[in-house]
Write a protein that binds this ligand. Structure first.
Ligand SMILES: [Zn+2]
Length: 71
């Protein structure tokens, strides 16, 4: 099962859709497939669902895609 996509929730209509982890970087602007509104993916987003998606994406990139060196 591929883990390169995570579920994100639209800020406006609350539709859940899947976005590629590689795109979910700070400043990325995604578009909701349901209502067509743009969603700003930033770590300082007002929407907790967006921040959660950013955290999840970072975790997957660090833990699963790339083997991050131990600190
Ligand atoms: Zn929407």
């Amino acid at each position: 099962m591929a883990t390169d996509k995570i579920a994100v929730t639209c800020t406006r209509c609350r539709t859940r859709f899947r976005e590629k982890v590689g795109r979910l970087r700070d400043g990325y602007q995604g578009q909701c497939p349901n209502c067509g509104c743009f969603i700003n993916f930033t770590n300082e987003s007002m929407d907790p669902a967006v921040r959660k998606a950013m955290t999840e994406a970072r975790r997957i990139r660090n833990g699963f895609v790339f083997q991050a060196p131990k600190e």
